[in-house]
Design a binder for this molecule. Structure first.
Ligand code: CA
Length: 233
């Protein structure tokens, strides 16, 4: 079996039972989970973790869930699934109007929630590659964006979620220089645009995994003082 980068989920939810339930079940279903108990912490973590998906409870102690969606949509298209209770019909409609992707009504079953999450992630992956080929190829390097698989010369390479995000961001701008700040913003989130050392560490790892000679990269090229470029052949 091949390993794929695990999607990360940020759960913003004040009910401890739901957090405990999802914390124990998500890993075995192929999701890494981060948790926030308040809206304020949720917003901070959304920037810090840059998750693949957000599960948002609309009834939080400190903030209106609708406000949280508004704030998130100012800077990120991350898919949001709203967790609502039955008497919040109006709020739910407002949430979808502001850019939430889907909603699940509490109490929900785990299978229903997982199905919604997978559908939302599939939809997002499709939308992201809608304008381009879902499989990117340059030289011996092949990135299947739909399946989240990476190959070098017919051998599948296992990447961590961050390494994969870094690579796919470069794929998105293939052939063009991507600045340090832009990579940091897209991979780690806007709170980390000055943390160039993250980029150096992860670029080194990525080269080690993808390049025949990491010291003289064929694909992941340094643009001195500016950023990096994924070379197209
Ligand atoms: Ca609540």
């Amino acid at each position: 079996m091949s390993e794929r980068p695990i999607p990360t989920v940020l759960l913003i939810e004040d009910e401890p039972e739901i957090r405990r339930f999802l914390r124990t079940t998500f890993p075995e279903h192929g999701f890494r989970i981060y948790e926030a108990v308040t809206g304020a912490d949720g917003l901070v973590q959304a920037e810090a973790r840059n998750p693949d998906l957000i599960l948002l409870d609309l009834g939080l102690p400190d903030m209106d869930g609708v406000q949280i969606i508004k704030r998130l949509r100012e800077w990120t298209p991350v898919p949001i699934i709203v967790l609502s209770v039955r008497d919040q019909e109006q709020t739910k409609v407002a949430a979808l109007g502001l850019g939430a992707d889907d909603y699940v009504t509490k109490p929900f079953g785990l299978n229903e929630l997982l199905a919604r999450m997978r559908a939302t992630l599939r939809h997002t992956a499709r939308a992201a590659v809608a304008d381009s080929d879902p499989v990117f190829t340059t030289g011996d390097l092949r990135v299947d964006l739909g399946r989240r698989q990476v190959w070098v010369a017919e051998k599948e390479v296992h990447l961590t979620p961050i390494e994969y995000k870094l690579l796919t961001t470069l794929v998105k701008y293939a052939g063009k220089v991507v600045t340090h700040r832009q990579l940091l913003k897209e991979v780690w989130g806007p709170l980390h645009v000055d943390e160039s050392h993250y980029l150096r560490v992860y670029m080194r790892q990525l080269r080690y995994k993808l390049e025949a000679n990491p010291a003289h990269p064929r694909y992941l090229v340094t643009e001195l003082g500016v950023g990096y470029r994924l070379k197209t052949e």
